[in-house]
Ligand binder design. Structure first.
Ligand code: PLP
Length: 239
């Protein structure tokens, strides 16, 4: 084992301990909360180390980046790859081939493309709807007012299996300001269950700096990059 894989194993252990402590505080069973390791900018060897440390769910933001890295873990027992970044319609087919779940579905047009691609592939593709709960214009995600309509359309898509909701609240150093957003996502989920008469078991919310608060508010999945793989290089500034 290299020093690097040792430190990743230690980091995974640390995150799991914090997840368990947060679950306990909320009177929840830690076993019902899934860890998704977020791998953007992370080297293939580090993915492998995370797998060896017991990680089975991986989240990536870009189709192209995952095409290059997926082979390091994609064939391994139990691996589930999640698309968690903004997905362009013209990459829907590639995404269906690469990922076991699309967590960032946010428009009807994308849903239609995914449905077509899944049908072509003879597959049923699990999806989450990404909801944008703040007014930040740069964020992706559907507005809560449009959620019901998109959801109803999804229920008509025979090749998409809608499993729940995902959100990314506005970033702040302190995790507490994120709490109302997490709570709101859970409430939206409960409202959908009541309105549509079926459960949506997955609530994907919480990242490195706020996952414990998300778990206290009902997250069933947390998406963690930095706390496992270390800090990412800053993306190049577009000028
Ligand atoms: C990068 C990213 C994460 C993980 O962020 P960290 O702060 O590094 O844990 C989670 N979700 C999405 C959608 C991301 O883009």
């Amino acid at each position: 084992m290299t020093a690097d894989s040792n430190s990743i194993a230690g980091a995974v252990r640390g995150v799991r301990e914090r997840m368990a402590a947060a679950a306990k505080r909320a009177g929840r069973d830690a076993a019902e909360i899934q860890l998704v390791a977020v791998t953007k900018t992370v080297a293939p060897e580090a993915l492998r180390a995370a797998y060896e440390a017991g990680v089975r769910h991986f989240g990536e933001n870009r189709v192209q980046e995952w095409e290059a890295k997926a082979p390091t873990v994609a064939g391994l027992e139990g691996v589930v790859c999640h698309m968690i970044g903004h997905l362009q319609r013209n990459k829907a087919r590639r995404a269906v081939a690469l990922f076991q779940r699309i967590d960032s579905l946010d428009t009807l047009a994308l849903a239609q493309k995914l449905e077509e691609s899944a049908a072509e592939a003879g597959a049923v593709v699990p999806v989450l709807i990404e909801v944008r709960l703040s007014a930040e214009p740069a964020k992706s995600g559907i507005d809560p007012e449009s959620l019901d309509r998109l959801g109803e359309s999804l229920l008509g898509c025979a090749h998409l299996d809608w499993q729940g909701l995902m959100t990314v609240p506005p970033w702040s150093e302190d995790p507490e300001p994120a709490r109302p957003y997490f709570r709101l996502l859970r409430e939206l989920n409960e409202r959908l269950r009541a309105r549509l008469g079926r459960p949506f078991p997955v609530l994907s919310m919480g990242m490195t700096h706020d996952f414990e608060v998300a778990i206290e508010e009902g997250a069933t999945e947390v998406r963690i990059g930095t706390a496992i793989f270390g800090r990412r290089p800053k993306p190049p500034q577009v000028t």
